[in-house]
Design a protein around this ligand. Structure first.
Ligand code: TXE
Length: 477
């Protein structure tokens, strides 16, 4: 079984190297572009420099992935592929402490989260998908399911290691090879994952990691040598990718933004709901696609719930992500912080009331204190747009139908939470909400066996579970 690594201490900062290289065809090689810096959001200082890939490097990586697919990984038996995945999972577990520190420093999220969630869940994804590799033909995914070929994967900065595991593990289990591009602000943990994969003996070219920003992401997803594209990121970029891939015959899955509703009925266990709401919007400082960013509360309990919620939010400690006592860490980049501040400002300008925790916030680094916005109207930007920060909007409702109407009144459709002691009501709500995942009396629970994905502008395709495997197979449905 999995045991958590001992709590990391700041001394582990020594694990961070000065400079990182892309991983292509089984080796860490210089990119042909200029170096770029990645920052520690907790202090706003440079954390490391990274050698940048060019479009030529993307060509090299795709060619390596193609060769590895044709010659090694495609022909390999599922059982053998599974053994590599198990080795990668164990390698992640062995380096859990180092990865937790690195992820904390590069992303800005609290060490408690990277230690207890990001890193163990990434390892779980490899363990889970390792088990699929030799069983595909038994599970109704076609007679002898065929992989798609070379998968191009572009991932965001909010769960760098976990998103990489989430994408790479099913691709490899199904027999595909991979070229992946991490986000430009958080490339480090994915490059350490490449080291773990190399140490596991993964044949050269099976997984390649290219580095850089959107231009390299675009070159990768539009590369003619790619058979499948998996993207997680903003709705705007997802739309652009879908447009540019139209008519190419390349398979595409998109996991985009969200505006999840957390719906609290008057019969809910309110203290438990408060914990779920706090987790739903302040976990990873709200930089979560499935965040519960809109609280919908039934009128009779609205006042009581809000008082409890503000009192609880006031107890959250904001600050140094490496401190084990920190609840809310830093925002990943100054751009994201500016976006959050601008949206909260728009709420105030449009007449909403903004409550903010008075917990002191460090002077250096990019922080936003937990924020709750009341007195909102459905037309306000704070209610309609994805804020992607520790900012909760509050609306009230009278009837279940009104709750459903308000929850569904968004172009997104990724997640929702329902808080009620009445099972029949929870089931009815789950059926009526147009979202990919509904949590009942809990929030932000993930399991590699459960498929995850959205409706509408939250994208299409599922990741995890059987549906996630099908997304990497030719004749599966
Ligand atoms: O996302 P981008 P950004 C939302 C969230 C956030 C906003 C902007 O609301 O505030 O998007 O974030 C790569 N072709 N989400 O600007 O640009 C890019 O290099 C191919 C929600 O950081 O979409 C990075 O690797 N790739 C989301 C990745 O796409 C391109 C998580 C994501 O960056 C590209 C992230 C292009 N044209 C943001 N342009 C979620 N679903 O959780 C950029 N990239």
């Amino acid at each position: 079984g999995w045991t958590y690594a001992p709590a990391p201490e700041s001394a582990a900062i020594a694990d961070v190297k000065d400079r990182y290289l892309p991983f292509v065809d089984g080796a860490f090689v210089e990119g042909r572009g200029d170096d770029f810096a990645t920052y520690n959001p907790g202090t706003a200082e440079t954390l490391a420099t990274v050698s940048q890939s060019t479009t030529d490097d993307v060509d090299t990586a795709v060619a390596a992935a193609r060769r590895a697919y044709d010659e090694v990984w495609g022909p390999m038996s599922g059982a053998e592929r599974g053994r590599y995945l198990f080795r990668i999972a164990r390698g992640l577990a062995e380096r859990a402490r180092e990865l937790a520190v690195l992820e904390c420093l590069d992303n800005g999220k609290p060490i408690r989260e990277t230690r207890d969630f990001d890193v163990p869940t990434a390892a779980q994804h490899f363990f889970y998908h390792a088990g699929w590799a030799d069983k595909l033909q038994h599970l109704g995914l076609g007679q002898a399911p065929r992989p798609l070929g070379v998968a191009a994967q572009v991932i965001p900065w909010n769960f760098p290691l976990l998103m990489a595991a989430w994408k790479i593990a099913p691709a490899l289990a199904a027999g595909n090879t991979v070229v992946i591009k991490p986000a430009e602000t958080t490339p480090l943990s994915v490059l350490v994952l490449a080291e773990v994969m190399a140490d596991a003996g993964l044949p050269p070219g099976v997984v390649n990691v290219v580095t850089g920003a959107g231009d390299i992401g675009s070159a990768l997803v539009n590369h003619a040598g790619v058979d499948k594209v998996a993207f997680t990121g903003s709705t705007a970029v997802g739309r652009e990718i879908q447009r540019s891939l139209a008519g190419t015959g390349r398979r595409l899955t998109l996991e985009l933004g969200g505006k999840g509703a957390n719906i609290v009925f008057d019969d809910a266990a309110l203290d438990q709901a408060v914990e779920g709401i706090v987790n739903g919007i302040f976990f990873n400082a709200g930089q979560v696609c499935c965040a519960g960013s809109r609280l919908l509360v039934q009128e009779p309990v609205a006042e009581e719930l809000l008082a409890k919620l503000e009192a609880r939010a006031q107890t959250l400690r904001i600050g140094d992500p490496l401190d084990k006592n920190t609840d809310v860490g830093a925002i990943n980049s100054p751009t994201q912080k500016a976006k959050i501040d601008e949206l909260v400002g728009s709420g105030a300008d449009e007449g909403a009331q903004v409550w903010r925790s008075s917990c002191p916030v460090p002077e250096r680094g990019w922080y936003v204190a937990p924020t709750i916005i009341t007195g909102t109207a459905g037309s306000m930007r704070v209610v309609r747009e994805e804020i992607f920060g520790p900012v909760l909007t509050v609306e009230t409702f009278r009837t279940p139908d009104e709750a459903v109407a308000k929850a569904n009144n968004t172009p997104y459709g990724l997640s929702a939470g329902v808080w009620t002691e009445k099972g029949s009501r929870a089931m009815a709500m789950a059926g009526a909400l147009k979202v990919g995942v509904v949590w009942d009396n809990t929030f932000n629970r993930f399991d590699p066996a459960a498929s995850f994905g959205g409706y509408g502008e939250s994208g299409f395709g599922r990741e995890g579970g059987r549906a996630g495997m099908a997304a990497y197979l030719e004749d599966a449905s």
